[in-house]
Design a protein around this ligand. Structure first.
Ligand code: HEC
Length: 181
């Protein structure tokens, strides 16, 4: 009886590790990078992210809101930038700036952040800084954070993402959200 329970315990542990392996937990410092860039404009190594406005210690949150749902900067709307918002298949029609573009992808989000170009090839308003100091890893971490901010978004999340959010918000930060491209 005792032995049976022991074997069951091992089997359960192996199964759990299998799930954890598939989901791919990664060190907290990794996903922390995306959050810091978003909130403070600094990396997890404490490096200031260079940008065309010369801003220091300020991240996306200042204009787009801490929840990424959008805000206003000097009369120019800073749109919602949660991943699900940006990748809405309907695309976006920005009234004030007159920009119109199809849905973003991970790659076109990078182009917008680094070079200020939207998926239709329009230049973003100069109120949106060009974030030239981001490495490839920084960009991926940042976009993963935009995926995380999609939590509670009105569009339904793809299945793997729903699985993440069921685990409770405390745990999400220490686990990399899945790539959705
Ligand atoms: C100083 C204010 C400010 C900061 C800081 C800022 N943005 Fe923006 N962002 C804007 C404004 C304003 C726009 C709208 C530009 C336009 O409509 O032409 C914009 C547009 C965007 C867009 C295009 C959205 C769309 O629907 O076309 C993306 C993506 C974006 N920002 C991402 C980011 C990210 C990521 C960061 C942080 C690394 C960031 N922004 C920091 C002001 C800002």
């Amino acid at each position: 009886m005792e032995k049976k329970r022991f074997i069951f315990g091992i089997a359960a542990a192996v199964a759990w590790l299998g799930v954890a392996g598939a989901v791919g937990p990664i060190p907290a410092s990794h996903s922390d990078n995306g959050r810091r860039i978003f909130l403070h404009g600094t990396t997890d190594a404490g490096r200031l992210v260079e940008n065309s406005h010369g801003m220091e210690g300020v991240g996306c949150a200042m204009c787009h809101g801490e929840d990424g749902r959008g805000g206003m900067m000097h009369g120019v709307p800073a749109p919602e930038i949660t991943f699900l918002g940006l990748t809405d298949p309907a695309g976006h029609d920005h009234d004030v700036t007159g920009r119109r573009h199809p849905a973003f992808t991970r790659e076109t989000i990078k182009a917008a952040v680094v070079a200020g170009i939207d998926p239709a090839g329009n230049s973003l308003h100069e109120e949106m800084p060009r974030w030239t100091g981001l490495t490839g890893r920084d960009l991926d971490d940042l976009i993963d954070y935009l995926v995380f901010l999609s939590k509670g978004h009105r569009r339904s999340l793809p299945a793997p993402e729903r699985m993440f959010h069921k685990q409770g918000s405390d745990r999400i930060d220490s686990i990399a959200p899945p790539r959705l491209d």
